[in-house]
Ligand binder design. Sequence first.
Ligand code: IDP
Ligand code: MG
Length: 138
Amino acid sequence: MATEETLILIKPDGVARGLTGEILGRIERKGYVLADMKLVQPDRALLERHYAEHAGKPFFEPLIEFMLSGPSVAVRATGNRVIEGFRSLAGTTEPTTAAPGTIRGDLGRDWGLKVQQNLVHGSDSPESAAQELEIWFG
Ligand code: IDP
Ligand code: MG
């Protein structure tokens, strides 16, 4: 079976709200393997690399500040089509409108803050997965 790997982050809001176990459980129940995992307090340089594609957008600086606000859990997850599969589990970017049944749709909401605190990140392609796994796991 073709196996793929992806970078999943449980963002600072997910960790702070005590949702790490709930989110990891959903990934495991879907059948993906947690191949590596750690709690990380990233620095600005790491986050600017991770979010390089969004540099210059109005939400870039608030996003970096949010991601600096506390630790994230970084996960290397593996499985057939895990990149696409985890993004489907996560739901669309805005938690208010993300479909019920998804992580963002069930557990997230609009808190009235400038930055979307949408609980999780998942790589969006094999190329970004390779790059992001290198950034977070070396
Ligand atoms: P994704 O996480 O669903 O792939 P991206 O468009 O790659 O979404 O955006 C990266 C992150 O930046 C989002 O997860 C969210 O935290 C934040 N973000 C995206 N768009 C906005 C916005 O319009 N306002 C504030 N934050 C945003
Ligand atoms: Mg993205």
